[in-house]
Design a protein around this ligand. Structure first.
Ligand SMILES: [Zn+2]
Ligand SMILES: [Zn+2]
Length: 366
């Protein structure tokens, strides 16, 4: 059940193939094909699903190549809509897979840590953020009844190569592609700068970092083995006490946005939606969106102390909180926590001592 691929030729040996993501409002991942003197290289691969694979194979055929011809895979970040089909591509072609070390670490964790440990970790995180008992009850019940599910990424491919930030990528004869480390959406997200000038000029493969109309999700970096005070190894059930204070993903993201804006590529080739010009303008819009979010949260915290969950309930979303489905509430609270973490880093908010779960308040600073 496939439709004709709508491959776009961007010129200069660059194409994009829309690879569908099942049941996702984003619709598809734009997998980019970059021709090199050693054969075509993919930037991202798409979701691991038979229809998605067929769309990728059909798209490659439309570019005049085939999965078996691929020379390498460069992964912008470890999310399953980007890295899902990498294993299959490597199987078919023997292509190498390159990824930034921080996301390679995340892939390793996703494979090593048992799904039940992940689920307990999420339950503990939600409780620590102030989620009500009614929200976590179905998850606790699943655990109590011996849930043995899986998360996407459990079988994701371990990369063969690291992407060193700031350097020209090796193994791409005839091309100048430089990795720009852009942490925030994930700790090891990279954008890839094609420095050659074809037609309109230089181009940036921006992954999920810079998209024309949507803002990427910024939550907290997740790592059960590091976040659990018990040291919770791959098989150890986590203790309910989570460490807090690790990293500032929103701060990372805003710094990464600025890095890409300063680069000012002539064209941005994102992994969702469509290609666009005006990286600086788009980066400014996204930064303004987060600044507005941060000042809104600080106002809420100045009214009274709130837990991250209470903040998420009070924030403005694209629909009323009561209409936000269960799974999306988890994403919303992670987004609230990332903003809260950044306010704390800036000295604009602080935890109220002694509470469990911890509430936060605005500081006197202005
Ligand atoms: Zn992503
Ligand atoms: Zn994505």
């Amino acid at each position: 059940m496939t439709s004709a691929p709508q491959v776009t030729a961007h010129g200069g040996g660059v194409w994009s193939i829309p690879v569908p993501i099942p049941d996702n409002p984003l619709g598809h991942t734009l997998v980019h094909v970059l021709d090199t003197d050693s054969g075509p290289v993919l930037i991202d691969t798409g979701w691991d699903d038979p229809d998605s694979w067929q769309a990728l194979a059909d798209g490659l055929a439309a570019c005049g190549t085939a999965p078996g011809e691929l020379h390498g895979v460069i992964v912008t970040h470890h999310h399953p809509d980007h890295h899902g089909l990498s294993a299959r591509v490597r199987e078919e072609s023997g292509a190498w897979i390159a990824m930034h070390a921080a996301d390679a670490h995340a892939v390793r964790r996703a494979r090593e840590v048992r799904p039940t440990v992940w689920l307990r970790y999420y339950v503990d995180k939600l409780a620590a953020a102030g989620a009500p008992e009614s929200h976590t009850a179905p998850l606790r019940e699943a655990l109590a009844h011996g849930w043995e599910g899986a998360f996407p990424g459990h079988r994701a491919a371990l990369p063969d190569r690291e992407i060193p930030p700031g350097e020209l990528l090796e193994g791409l004869p005839g091309r100048r592609l430089r990795a720009i480390w852009t942490p925030g959406h994930t700790p090891g997200h990279v954008c890839l700068h094609l420095e050659e000038r074809h037609g309109a000029g230089d181009r940036l493969f921006s992954g999920d970092h810079l998209l024309p109309t949507v803002t990427p999700h910024i939550g907290l970096y997740e790592d059960p083995a590091e976040d659990l005070e018990s040291g919770g190894g791959a098989d150890t059930p986590p203790s309910p006490r989570l460490r807090s204070g690790r990293g500032d993903p929103l701060g990372d993201y805003l710094a990464s946005l600025e890095r890409v804006a300063r680069l000012a590529p002539a064209q941005v080739l994102p992994a969702h939606e469509y290609a666009f010009a005006g990286a600086r303008e788009r980066a400014d819009e996204i930064a303004a969106h987060h600044a507005e979010r941060l000042s809104g949260l600080r106002t809420l915290l100045a009214e009274r102390p709130r837990t991250p969950w209470e903040l998420a309930e009070a924030m403005r979303w694209n629909r009323p909180w009561a209409d936000i489905p269960f799974g999306s509430r988890n994403i919303a609270v992670a987004e609230a926590e990332a903003h809260l973490r950044h306010l704390v880093k800036l000295g604009l908010a602080e935890p109220v001592p002694g509470g469990e779960p911890v509430s936060y308040r605005a500081t006197a600073a202005c």
